[in-house]
Write a protein that binds this ligand. Structure first.
Ligand SMILES: [Zn+2]
Length: 275
């Protein structure tokens, strides 16, 4: 599943490509979008901005209309020049937004709706989001409070709860817990406020480091170069995620893995460093 940094980068790339341009053509195979487009056409509107909120991507159109999409597991937004060959099959296309310079295409995006700008903040999917790690005004104290409120939840699952803290996905979950030397299976109530605050601080730091400048243009959704170790070598980018059975980079103990939580998400950890 894309994490907050992926969506943040996608939003930034789309913003740079589309902001202040007029839509020349809109196409979708999603009935709830085409119904809105039939009543109040998207073509002719100006794209005002594109932003990420947690893992939601918001495209603001003139006329106070917002397109909200969520990538879930396999969705992505691509940007192409007119006439450029798509890098995903046409059958995966869900939305096309064209301007004279750019064609933005959403593939396999499972969640898409138009929301009037005036009611956006009240939309159920956004209303209950916790503080966004990548937002300029990130409220770390509030995030810590919300995590502490999940007293009986194992910390790894609590970090994935977008109502507590928006932006962390499964890769950062394991990485942040390793960096903070916290057992992923420890219930929140067994951790101190200081430990939780440290995890939040680590999460903010590594996620921000991963949305630094310098991505290539073209495909907007980025997934390949996330890193937490600070090392550019592709084989050394992450501490524990995806490294089951390989030696811990700190102590040499083989990295453990098992599924965890109601959604059976994979957790990776070092039983020696994180007990
Ligand atoms: Zn270790």
């Amino acid at each position: 599943m894309p994490e907050g940094d992926t969506i943040f980068r996608a939003a930034r790339t789309l913003h740079r490509a589309l902001a202040d341009q007029r839509v020349t053509r809109f196409e979708s195979v999603v009935p709830r979008l085409t119904r809105v487009d039939a009543d109040a056409p998207i073509a002719g509107r100006v794209i005002e901005r594109v932003e990420a909120r947690g893992k939601h991507l918001l495209i603001w159109f003139s006329g106070a209309l917002v397109l909200r999409t969520h990538m879930r597991m396999h969705g992505s937004w691509h940007i192409y020049r007119p006439g450029e060959r798509w890098r995903q099959p046409r059958r995966e296309m869900r939305i096309v937004i064209e301007t004279t310079a750019i064609h933005a295409v959403a593939f396999s995006v499972p969640v898409a709706e138009f929301v009037p700008a005036a009611t956006l903040d009240a939309a159920p999917a956004l209303r209950d989001l916790g503080p966004d790690l990548l937002s300029a005004g990130f409220d770390a104290e509030s995030a810590v409070d919300r995590l502490l409120a999940l007293a009986g939840v194992e910390i790894a699952d609590a970090l994935l709860d977008q109502h507590a803290l928006a932006g962390i996905g499964n890769v950062y979950k394991s990485e942040v817990l390793f960096m903070g030397r916290v057992d992923p299976f420890a219930p929140v109530r067994t951790l101190s406020r200081e430990q939780i605050a440290r995890l939040v601080s680590i999460a903010a730091r590594v996620m921000r480091a991963n949305v630094g400048e310098g991505t290539s243009a073209g495909i907007a959704t980025y997934s390949g170069m996330r890193r937490t170790t600070g090392r550019a070598d592709p084989a050394a980018r992450l501490w524990v995620y995806g490294r089951a059975g390989q030696p811990c980079r700190r102590c040499g103990t083989p990295i453990s893995t098992r599924t965890q939580g109601p959604h059976a998400r994979s957790t990776y950890w070092c039983a020696q460093c994180q007990d």
